[in-house]
Write a protein that binds this ligand. Structure first.
Ligand code: THG
Length: 306
């Protein structure tokens, strides 16, 4: 891959490279590791131990101001009226046709301040366009906040060593503020695996490597290793990948995300009318999980790129 300023490194790239990353992909114009030892080895290790993931490419779209809550509700058919500060929420984002634009995690920092932790599409422009077009009293930008995920069955033990026992009392999709070397960090119990774990939202670049190194040293006896979202684990767990499993041609219902929609009560959602219309007709196609039985499949070569 040819380096350029358009392809962004992360605050953790130095650690990722020292850990022997074998492949990257590009996600939100940023490096995302995809393999350390092998996809299969990484999978078994993720299910047995604990991994530290550079998911800085899960960029934040920050909304700040009196109309922030109204703007978030315009983006999604999930009814967010009951959501409190301190909660995270997986929210399908749709356009005016009901087509999926992204499937981020919304983080409600305060009544007037949200992060939308995006999957791989330039959601910032859609959100800025709506804020401007509707003359909303809200600032929309991409702060330099980089998630670092700690995933796997031993994540609680490792996180307690670095942040104290209180971090293990976080409930699923809740976040709290924790100190690391005098700096405040937002930490949520969330992450792109079903093996349990946390995401640390790291502000700026300077604390990236100190945090990475501290986690690696504190977890040596737990067999901590650098890891990344794992293809096998995420398919088995039914975690969708925007751009791979779905695009703006699909409604949330076609993606199996109907359980995250309350279209009837999501007043203000831009795609609400379109989704109510298709709900009457029913989806014409549906993405389904698929398990293939039998002996180990042969390696598929890169003939997929056409
Ligand atoms: N964490 C954060 N940001 C992200 C992701 C993440 N941005 C990109 C990408 N991942 C967004 N996509 C997903 C997909 C699935 C989930 C989270 C983000 C997820 N789903 C669970 C499920 O489907 O069972 C739980 C959903 C729920 O109960 O609300 O966690 O991983 N910060």
């Amino acid at each position: 891959m040819a380096p350029s300023r358009r392809l962004r490194r992360t605050p953790f790239s130095e650690g990722v490279e020292a850990a022997g990353v074998k492949a990257y992909t590009v996600y939100n114009h940023m490096l995302l590791p995809t393999v350390f030892r092998s996809v299969e080895e990484d999978y078994h290790h993720l299910k047995a131990a604990v991994q530290v993931w550079d998911v800085a490419c899960e960029r934040q779209v920050e909304l700040r101001g009196p109309d922030a809550g109204r703007l978030v509700q315009m983006l999604t058919p999930r009814d967010l009226r009951g959501m409190l500060a301190g909660q995270c929420c997986y929210v399908p984002i749709v356009d005016e046709t009901g087509g999926m634009l992204n499937d981020p995690v919304a983080v409600k920092l305060a009544e007037d301040r949200w992060w939308i932790s995006i999957a791989d599409s330039d959601l910032l422009y859609w959100v800025k366009g709506l804020a401007y077009g509707y003359r909303l009293d809200v600032l929309v930008d991409e702060p330099d906040v980089s998630p670092l995920a700690v995933q796997g069955p031993k994540a609680d033990v490792l996180m307690a060593r670095v942040f104290g026992d209180a971090v293990t009392r976080l409930r699923f999709f809740r976040f709290g503020h924790f100190d690391f070397q005098g700096r405040d960090m937002v930490i949520a119990r969330s992450g792109y695996s079903k093996q349990g774990g946390f995401e640390i939202y790291v502000n700026g670049t300077d604390m990236g490597m100190p945090l990475w190194t501290t986690l690696m040293e504190a977890g040596r006896d737990l067999d901590v290793h650098a890891g990344c979202p794992n293809l096998i684990e995420r398919v088995e767990s039914g975690l969708l990948s925007y751009g791979n499993d779905m695009s703006d041609d699909n409604t949330p219902h076609e993606c199996g995300l109907g359980r995250f929609c309350n279209t009837q009560s999501a007043i203000g959602c831009i795609g609400r009318d379109a989704l109510l219309r298709v709900a009457r007709e029913g989806p014409v196609q549906q993405i389904m999980p698929l398990a293939i039985d039998g002996p180990r499949a042969a390696q598929v070569q890169a003939a997929f790129w056409n």
